[in-house]
Design a protein around this ligand. Structure first.
Ligand code: ADP
Ligand code: MG
Length: 242
């Protein structure tokens, strides 16, 4: 579904992604681990077409993210949730979730609202449709962000540290939603510092180090071998996380 091929990305003279290869099949949940500055967010932004590649290629289904004409199709397939709650402050929760389905997918308002209400109910926010973002906790806002992504009926979700600005209780709320989505077979590429959670929900773990994808292993093998061949680096990382 997502195919990252030998991707290189630099900002000025700084190489941030140095020949990354990664394939994600439908239904897979893949977690990206790595220290701060290792290139995780840049990789997500490249997959979403927010950054131009220096070389290499990223395909989403049959669409090449690097080709302007194909980018829109590729983007339609993805739902992205970032660390910061980028909801529109002047719109209600319902307005935030229904905006793109109405404007981009051209859904009738009634249908978009019915879908949004069902999504809100599924994340325990059925009664907050008319609230404004400022009236919600961080965890609630992030759950609205997930609803907003899902309302576009994406083929997969890109999640970049969606819990790192939340306290432990709110983190647990959001992770519970993501665990449910994973169980339902949602394809997810998940950047996180929540190592134990990644272990519970992921089919595979990839480890980025200094722009290189050092490890790509099934979750069990990753934790059993602490990164296999890359063990010293991964063990060092994991010891800091625990
Ligand atoms: P991570 O998400 O793993 O913490 P990032 O992908 O955000 O890492 O950043 C990787 C490196 O790229 C960092 O050194 C960061 O400073 C640099 N970087 C990211 N975005 C930009 C940008 N727009 N301009 C210049 N440097 C950037
Ligand atoms: Mg980041």
């Amino acid at each position: 579904m997502i195919k990252v091929e030998n991707v290189k990305k630099a900002f000025g003279h700084t190489t941030v992604l140095d020949g990354v290869d990664l394939t994600i099949a439908p239904g897979e949940v893949v977690s990206i681990l790595g220290s701060s500055g290792s290139g995780k967010s840049t990789l997500i932004r490249c997959i979403n077409g927010l950054e131009k590649l220096n070389s290499g290629r990223i395909m989403v289904d049959e669409f090449d993210v690097g080709k302007p004409r194909e980018l829109a199709e590729a983007r339609k397939r993805s739902g992205t949730v970032f660390q910061l709650f980028n909801l529109y402050p002047h719109m209600t929760v319902l307005g935030n979730i229904t905006l793109a389905p109405i404007e981009v997918l051209k859904k009738p308002r009634a249908e978009a609202e019915a879908t949004a209400r069902a999504l809100l109910k599924s994340v325990g926010l059925g009664s907050r449709a008319d609230a404004y973002p400022a009236q919600l906790s961080g965890g609630q806002r992030q759950r609205v962000g997930i609803c907003r992504a899902l309302a576009m009926q994406p083929r997969y979700l890109l999640l970049d540290e969606v819990t790192s600005a939340l306290d432990p209780e709110m983190t647990a709320e959001v992770l519970a939603i993501l665990a449910k989505l994973a169980q339902d077979g949602t394809t997810m590429l998940f950047v996180t510092h929540e190592v134990e959670f990644a272990r519970q929900i992921s089919d595979r773990i990839v480890f980025l180090d200094n722009g290189r994808l050092l490890v790509d292993l099934p979750t069990k093998e990753f934790f059993a071998a602490e990164g296999g061949m890359a063990r010293p680096r991964v063990a060092q990382f994991l010891s800091k996380m625990r």
